[in-house]
Design a protein around this ligand. Structure first.
Ligand SMILES: NC(=O)C[C@H](N)C(=O)O
Length: 255
């Protein structure tokens, strides 16, 4: 059997977030795990990267650091959407399947390249619904939730965290690119390995050092968008691809 779950967020309904950011130029990175009441965990991760000698701060120490840096705390309830609250409640029912990651839509990731060939990645998540208190997922772990190296490219991942950690998914994608695969081939090969080796599903966004990019996933959907030369491309389902001027999309979104 499984270990007895003593403390579970199922009872608390609170949000604990993990995040990472990485700079491909010097392999610097910063991460936070198990933080609550922080509006922008990636910004806090960036402060860990830029203002400390360390790479990952967790829980109480991360909060003390946030306070010292003047990062305000927000009410935890502000981080909870109606949809995620409903899911949490549904997962409390005896016949529920909280492990189902297909609907864990709280993870946000980004990869980028500038005109000097510097790449970077960032990932932020509330993790899996109804997880144990103190459970840290893949997202803040370097090489799992993300990795960036100017010599290869950058990746940000989403999906079943425990599976992602087993295969060190972000670094695995970049490894395949180092071995000569295209970004797309590398993403598919790594995701397929995770599926066949440990039965885990997920998605990755990838950018190569020469600017080629891809969004690939073994889950049913992945919401992705990319901007290049003022053109916006986006999709959700397999094979879905829309293109429009970025300017037009920004106006439509109210910016
Ligand atoms: N939906 C997600 O991406 C969850 C995240 N990878 C985690 O396991 O914490």
């Amino acid at each position: 059997g499984k270990a007895v779950v003593i403390i579970n967020n199922s009872g608390l309904g609170e949000v604990e977030m993990d995040a990472i950011i990485m700079d491909g130029k010097n392999l610097a990175s910063g991460a936070v795990s198990a933080v609550k009441c922080i509006a922008n965990p990636i910004k806090l991760s960036r402060l860990v990267m830029e203002k400390t000698e360390h790479m990952l701060l967790t829980d109480q120490g991360a909060h003390a650091f946030a306070k010292a840096m003047g990062v305000p705390e927000i009410p935890g309830k502000k981080l909870i959407t109606e949809r995620s609250r409903e899911r949490w409640e549904k997962n409390l029912e005896a016949d529920s399947n909280p492990q189902e990651i297909e609907k864990d839509l709280g993870t946000v990731g980004a990869v980028a390249i500038d005109n000097e060939g510097n790449v970077a990645c960032a990932t932020s998540t509330g993790g899996l619904s109804n997880k144990m208190v103190g459970r840290v997922g893949d997202t803040p772990c370097i090489g799992c939730g993300g990795y960036a190296d100017n010599n290869v490219g950058a990746t940000s991942t989403t999906g079943h965290g425990e599976s992602i950690m087993k295969v060190v998914l972000a670094r695995l994608v970049l490894y395949h690119m180092e071995q000569g695969m295209s970004a797309e081939e590398a993403a598919d090969t790594a995701l397929n390995y995770m599926k066949t080796r440990v039965g885990g599903l997920g998605g990755v966004i990838v950018i190569g050092k020469s600017g080629e990019w891809t969004a690939r996933f073994s889950t049913k959907q992945l919401s992705w968008a990319a901007v290049k030369d003022d053109q916006l491309q986006h999709g959700i389902n397999l094979g879905e691809l829309h293109t429009q001027p970025a300017e037009e999309a920004l106006v439509a979104a109210g910016f």
